[in-house]
Design a protein around this ligand. Structure first.
Ligand code: TEU
Length: 539
């Protein structure tokens, strides 16, 4: 296969640096920790890693509050460590994507500090959204993502816009200096050898500068991304993406191959998302509709169909994702019957054994679908969401900003258990406590414990990724649903000669006669496919 289309079929592993691996033993993950685990990732069989923000940051939103886009957070390491990581990863055949956070920065960013100091009407304020309010009220009724309004008033009476936390002022993307600054940031990292960027809230940078209010829903300003929303999916975002694509394309004809973008945009329906991956824009975009699906054959099939149809219409590959650092881990989600399992951590009863079976089956489904796939760190170990973190350790801003009503996203960010039978499970030396406490009982889930067990979750992922690399049917390409299966079963064929069958129904079904089982998510006795089980077949 040509190296230049690697991103169309790549399996990318998401590293959340704070929680991945701790080389210096201070209880916080770091760049040298990632370096130490590169052989693990190469052995796992992924093609690339995406590293969530590693920049200097007060970490008020886990690093999505960037105070310097051209450096490494001293808690995580140095630029020299990052350079070494890039070189070592490339030597192992792993590509590196990093996170670009272009909608907002941290209130500690020098440009924002300069804007506060320079005062009303200054050119420094023009790079952000500073406005006067009316009668003590903010300029618009826009809601912030983590609760409360999106405008924060400062001492001189002006308000600044923050679509996320108050510590994350929104950039003014109508300003040439902001545009040029991000051009330079892209080049800075491309020149250091980065293979691409995941674009944070890729649908939000452009704003309707006439600042209209949003409609009310049940008395509250809506957070819905309706068509025409003044701060989401504005036409201006596409101008920005086209500009970035041109920059990435300047690097395309180098031995390293193309530099790529993946959009994070929680936009439905897929036709809307497909606009972001037209050939002169971003290369790919996460599909979150599958992530939001219940464990239901009909619903999944429908979502897979309209996703692939709308992406293929613009020539883009599908990009599947089951979990990330913002969502409840799918082992836990799939262990629940409730369709609203994405919300309400801690209140819905969870069957973790059921969740694990389904997570195993889901891994085979995800990795057999056409296109690329993302794996969130720890999902290869079958980690569940940690739902009983003590309130005093909760760190996600949603906890604070929601007035302690939403527990937030910490439960999927608990440091990875690598080895040993008790905390910190090889995450650091134990000298510095892990920044979030790990639960007791994770001993059997460590990478070390699973490595030697042929039936482990880790070894299922490894086997699937090995077959995916070897089997020419997998990755980019087309799929065809097989209709000769009972309701509740998903079955599709990839050419040549590869079939994936997933039983999401209530009873065991017959496996197709004469098929050779390449891989099964759980044992398949007597030609039967049990419930919540998936198989890969040579058809
Ligand atoms: O998330 C963007 C985003 O829209 C999320 O708030 C999403 O809607 C929510 O988490 C769904 O559960 C990105 C990052 O992934 C997230 O970690 C950051 O907090 C956010 O941007 C702000 O940078």
């Amino acid at each position: 296969r040509p190296a230049d289309d690697w991103w169309r079929r790549a399996v990318v592993y998401q590293v959340y640096p704070r929680s991945f691996a701790d080389a210096d033993g201070d209880g916080t993950g770091d760049v040298n920790g990632i370096r130490a685990k590169l052989p693990y990732l190469a052995d796992l069989g992924v093609d690339a890693i995406w590293i969530s923000p590693w920049y200097p940051s007060p970490l008020l939103d886990g690093g999505y509050d960037v105070s310097d886009y051209r450096d490494i957070n001293p808690d995580f390491g140095t630029l020299a460590d990052a350079d070494a990581l890039i070189a070592e990863a490339h030597a192992l055949g792993l590509r590196i994507l990093i996170d670009l956070v272009p909608n907002h920065c941290s209130w500690e960013h020098p440009w924002f500090k300069a804007a506060l100091a320079a005062g009303k009407g200054s050119p420094e304020r023009e790079r952000f959204w500073f406005r006067d309010g009316t009668n003590g009220q903010p300029p618009t009724n826009w809601p912030a993502a983590f609760g409360g309004g999106a405008w924060q008033q400062i001492e001189d009476g002006q308000w600044y816009l923050h679509m996320f936390d108050i510590s994350q002022p929104d950039w003014n993307w109508d300003h040439p200096e902001v545009i040029e600054e991000f051009d330079a940031i892209l080049r800075f990292w491309f020149d250091r050898g980065i293979d691409g960027f995941r674009i944070d809230v890729a649908d939000s940078m452009a704003k309707d500068a006439s600042l209209p209010d949003v409609p009310l829903h049940e008395g509250q300003p809506t957070r819905e991304k309706y068509v025409g929303n003044p701060f989401y999916d504005q036409p201006g975002v596409h101008t920005i993406h086209q500009r970035w694509r041109a920059i990435a394309d300047e690097y395309a004809d180098t031995p390293q191959g193309p530099r790529v973008f993946v959009a994070e945009a929680w936009l439905s329906p897929a036709e809307r998302l497909a606009q972001y991956v037209r050939s002169n824009e971003l290369h790919s975009a996460f599909n979150f509709d599958v992530l939001r699906c219940a464990w239901d054959a009909k619903e999944l099939r429908q979502v897979i169909d309209y996703t692939t149809d709308s992406l293929w219409a613009v020539g883009a590959p599908a990009t599947w994702v089951l979990s990330n650092h913002d969502t409840i881990r799918h082992r836990t989600r799939y262990g629940r019957d409730q369709r609203d399992a994405l919300e309400g951590a801690g209140v819905v009863p969870t069957d973790l054994e059921l969740g694990l079976r389904r997570a195993r089956a889901a891994a085979l489904l995800e990795l057999a679908l056409p296109g690329g796939a993302y794996i969130y760190q720890g999902d290869e170990l079958g980690l569940p969401e940690v739902e009983d973190l003590p309130e005093e350790v909760l760190d996600d801003p949603t906890w604070e900003r929601s007035g302690h009503t939403v527990r937030g996203r910490d439960g999927c960010r608990v440091p990875i258990p690598w080895s040993g039978s008790e905390p910190p499970y090889g995450f650091g030396s134990g000298e510095g406590q892990p920044w979030l406490p790990q639960p007791a009982g994770w001993g059997p889930l460590t990478a070390e414990a699973q490595a030697g067990d042929p039936g482990s979750h880790l070894n299922l992922y490894k086997a699937a990724l090995r077959i995916r690399r070897e089997h020419e049917a997998l990755g980019e390409g087309r799929m065809r649903w097989d209709e000769d299966v009972p309701a509740g079963v998903l079955s599709f064929t990839r050419d040549p000669g590869f079939r994936c069958v997933v039983n999401l129904g209530d009873e065991a079904v017959d496996l197709p006669a004469g098929a050779e089982v390449l891989l099964a998510s759980d044992p398949v006795p007597d030609g039967l496919l049990p419930t919540d089980t998936a198989v890969w077949l040579r058809a």
